[in-house]
Design a binder for this molecule. Structure first.
Ligand SMILES: [Zn+2]
Length: 312
């Protein structure tokens, strides 16, 4: 009796295993577990994956994506991930590779099907023509990695995410295509709206100083002219000599706007804005996905804040 019972259970298990194995990797209701390095990438992936994905961003929107504190929970998330979406171009070089090693998940290694490097699908800016000497501290040695600030480049990323999700989960291919169509159409409207708005500003109004070179893709999109950065080089803290040079340039060229992300120190920028009789605008450094913010809302918030100060 006992034996038969056991046999029954065993055969049920075998049947179940066959059913699970024979069905696609994504059984009905099972979500694709996606981990992204930054919240912008998470928000874009959520827009495309919709109900079929469960997305976690390792970096918070309040954290500088160059320097994220590795946490044990990151390793757990990476260990269980079906897909890892990274920004690439060395943005995460200081913290992500070690986490991926510790996570021991072969599906999300570089080159595996569950791996997507966003920097491979966008047109990059500030790619050096000759090798940069790392000893100088420049943290953008291969080009500028902050391209998710530009919604036009987000369209490229969305297309790559759609392709990747469709490959991992062909049963929902149509849904991913539909989601991307609607995301791209909405984002396209936003892109055009702000381009038109900023085009009406004078060339003087469009001159800006920013803290970190993260802003170059915003400026590329909205036609802003970046006169200088408060940081002498990406990743190098401002010093009095450099601040004096920035102030001279701001006064000479009539620059009245400085903008920077919330996670960078504000003291030098505040001083410069005050001395140059301008404004310091703090923009979000990423989508606030933990509060349900969408990528589109994040872009609008950022562009509105810059426009408000620039159009004064
Ligand atoms: Zn940077």
């Amino acid at each position: 009796m006992k034996y038969n019972h056991l046999k029954h259970i065993t055969s049920a298990f075998i049947t179940l295993a066959i059913v699970l194995f024979a069905h696609s990797a994504w059984a009905k209701g099972k979500k694709i577990r996606v981990v992204t390095s930054t919240p912008d990438l998470a928000a874009i992936t959520m827009a495309i994956g919709g109900e079929h994905v469960e997305v976690t961003s390792l970096a918070r929107h309040t954290e500088d994506p160059h320097y994220v504190d590795p946490r044990p929970s990151h390793i757990v998330k990476l260990n269980k991930a079906d897909l890892l979406v990274v920004n690439g171009l060395e943005l995460e070089v200081g913290w992500l590779p070690g986490l991926v090693v510790q996570a021991r998940n072969k599906n999300i290694q570089a080159g595996a099907q569950g791996y997507l490097d966003a920097s491979s699908v966008v047109k990059l800016l500030q790619v050096p023509t000759q090798a940069i000497d790392r000893s100088q501290g420049d943290i953008h040695p291969g080009g500028n990695p902050h391209f998710t600030y530009d919604p036009r480049r987000a369209l490229n990323i969305a297309a790559a995410v759609e392709k990747k999700l469709a490959a991992l989960d062909p049963d929902h291919k149509k849904d991913y295509a539909k989601n991307n169509e609607s995301f791209s159409s909405d984002l396209g409207t936003v892109i055009k709206t702000y381009e038109d708005k900023f085009a009406k500003l004078s060339s003087e109004q469009k001159q800006v100083v920013t803290y970190h070179a993260s802003t170059i893709y915003i400026s590329d999109w909205l036609g802003l002219k970046e006169v200088m950065q408060v940081e002498p080089k990406p990743g190098i803290a401002p010093n009095p000599k450099h601040i004096a040079t920035v102030l001279t340039a701001m006064r000479k060229q009539n620059v009245h706007l400085i903008f920077q992300e919330s996670f960078y120190p504000k003291k030098a920028s505040q001083k410069l804005a005050q001395l140059a009789k301008g404004d310091l605008v703090v923009i979000p450094g990423g989508t606030n996905v933990s509060d349900g913010q969408t990528y589109i809302k994040r872009i609008k918030t950022m562009a509105d804040a810059i426009y408000k100060a620039a159009s004064k």
